[in-house]
Write a protein that binds this ligand. Sequence first.
Ligand code: ARG
Length: 297
Amino acid sequence: MFLRQRKTRILMVAMLLILAVLAAACGQNNAQDGTQGAGGEATAPNTETPKAEAPANALDRIKASGQLRLGTSADYPPYEFHKIIDGKDTIIGFDIEIAKAIAADLGVELVITDMGFDGLLTALQSGNIDMVVAGMTPTEERAEAVDFSDVYYVAVQKVIVRAEDKAKYTTIESLAGKKVGAQLGAIQEGVVTDQMPQSELRALSKLPDLILDLKSGNVEALVVEEPVAKAYIAANPELVLADVPLEQDEAGSAVALPKGETALVEAVNATLKRLADEGKIDQFVTDATNAMENTAE
Ligand code: ARG
């Protein structure tokens, strides 16, 4: 009897000891798991540097932050423009749909900053935004400062005049000595200076201000990308497309990204390709064109 009790006691102590050792081992494992988890999904187990290093490239930083910061100039229907939706000022357009798709493919939230077109590249270079989708043409000069995605949309340059002047301004020569407007920092500025050297360039940051200038007779004509020209004309019946022929050199739109961020460029191109293959870009353009009725004032 006595002997059995002692045996049982020894057995129980031994079992408790084993349990304690097991528990300790488990606890250690948990602690290790916790460190790895905090290091992010892609971090390899590394007990020497338990903290995650700052992501090395923009793509990883965007994913880690959960946000894709878009810079745009929302004066450009149907690309990007303001519309009151359910009483709220909202930025919509086919560029915005493309940006949303890029953010969705990266699994992050899209954050939009609206600014003057001429401030976009500086904002991108200084890291205040992650990408520009603003109907921006990938010119050689810009490509020295930033990287571009593939071209996702192509348009041509047009001249807008007041309807009453349509017969008066039919050639580049007819606008000699006259003021012609173009958006500040946009390639349309170059169209005026290169192709209309006899005209006087008036460059403003926001397109609606140029439209006002044209309506009030402050300028005689504007150079604007065709879909945008048509949008403003639809909202301003006193304006028309002029018959002034222009040479068309550069007209495509691409996404601008920080220089050297190859992984990000590839991710953006993958989304653009998917959208094009699925016919989504054409759909976005149609939807934006339908949505903009009378919003481009
Ligand atoms: N495509 C022209 C350029 O790259 C004009 C773009 C203007 N975009 C805008 N959102 N206002 O210069």
